[in-house]
Design a protein around this ligand. Structure first.
Ligand code: C2E
Ligand code: MG
Ligand code: MG
Ligand code: MG
Length: 289
């Protein structure tokens, strides 16, 4: 049967693989329905500066599945990519983030905040992506620099010229560009210096054991040094302890995101968090600067 199915057909001989494929097909059908019924929401996780004050948030997509509960993005984003549903869903995240920025623009204590939006490769590759970002900015009327797009090194698979050109178009609009999960990919340093970036984001994989694993510490230190010599901002994700934060700060990283400061929160709870921080009810995690 495998032979007659032809060369370009994927065949499953392994029952376990078959089970995964079936589960993914079910998830894909559910995802399509979820998009039609708008079962998505965005949580926001604070990003803080050296004094522990919020500078912005990262928008993190959540799928509230009717039976399964919350499905983690690591499970459904790959399926959204395969099915191209990431295109309309990603557009919705972008529009929602821009509308939120616009709302905060007129609210004291919130008007300085930026929003970082994750962009998957499939989205970035889409021929209309740059136009979509442009119209999201125009329609909302936000100051473009408050929107930060988080890209990943896997973009470079499309070739450096195409990637640099597209990123250049986005930069020209005034949006900020961050390289997410930095260190996990395989981009060469000569590529990195050509990318019109504003920020490198240290992946939480390296932050996790930064105090106990000499290799992770060396990687973190290298990324921070790299950012400094390329005049890029550097932010660490997944910071859970004061000791991690202090170590990174000593190496020269002064922007952080992680459970130490705040978990990703639904909008209302995030706004309560901002208000509490403003009125000084929250102890600010400042530490050694
Ligand atoms: P990411 O962009 O690297 O986001 C950071 C992830 O780390 C988030 O996971 C966040 O909840 C988690 N995190 C933050 N602080 C801590 C911490 O202190 N400890 C630990 N253990 N984890 C922490 P989340 O929300 O599950 O998202 C996973 C990934 O899904 C994201 O990784 C991003 O690649 C993707 N994603 C999320 N939302 C979107 C979206 O709107 N569009 C696209 N294309 N991808 C998205
Ligand atoms: Mg991200
Ligand atoms: Mg990340
Ligand atoms: Mg990550």
């Amino acid at each position: 049967q495998a032979k007659s199915a032809g060369r370009n057909t994927v065949c499953f001989f392994d029952p376990e693989m078959q089970a995964v494929a079936t589960a993914n097909a079910t998830l894909a059908a559910d995802l399509r329905q979820a998009w039609r019924e708008r079962q998505f929401q965005i949580d926001y996780q604070p990003q803080v500066g050296p004094d522990g004050r919020m500078t912005g948030v990262e928008a993190l997509l959540r799928w509230q599945h009717l039976q399964r509960g919350v499905v983690p993005p690591e499970q459904f984003i790959p399926i959204a990519e395969e099915t191209s549903l990431i295109i309309p869903i990603g557009r919705w995240v972008l529009d929602t983030a821009c509308a939120q920025l616009k709302a905060w623009e007129n609210q004291p204590g919130r008007d300085h905040l930026s929003i970082a939006v994750n962009v998957s490769v499939r989205q970035f590759r889409h021929p209309e992506f740059v136009d979509e970002v442009m119209s999201a900015i125009k329609e909302s009327g936000i100051a473009p620099h408050k929107l930060k797009l988080e890209l990943t090194e896997s973009l470079l698979a499309d070739g450096i010229e195409v990637t640099v050109a597209k990123m250049g178009n986005l930069k020209a609009m005034g949006v900020a560009l961050s390289l997410d999960d930095f260190g996990m990919g395989y981009s060469s340093l000569s590529y990195l210096k050509r990318l019109p970036l504003d920020q490198l984001k240290i992946d939480r994989e390296f932050v996790k054991d930064v105090l106990t694993d000499a290799n992770d510490a060396a990687i973190a230190r290298t990324i921070i040094g790299l950012a400094q010599s390329l005049h890029l901002e550097v932010i660490a994700e997944g910071v859970e302890t004061e000791a991690q934060r202090d170590f990174l700060a000593r190496q020269g990283c002064h922007a952080f995101q992680g459970y130490l400061f705040c978990r990703p929160l639904p909008l209302q709870r995030l706004e309560a968090f901002i208000d509490a921080q403003l009125s000084g009810q929250l102890e600010i995690q400042s530490g050694t600067i």
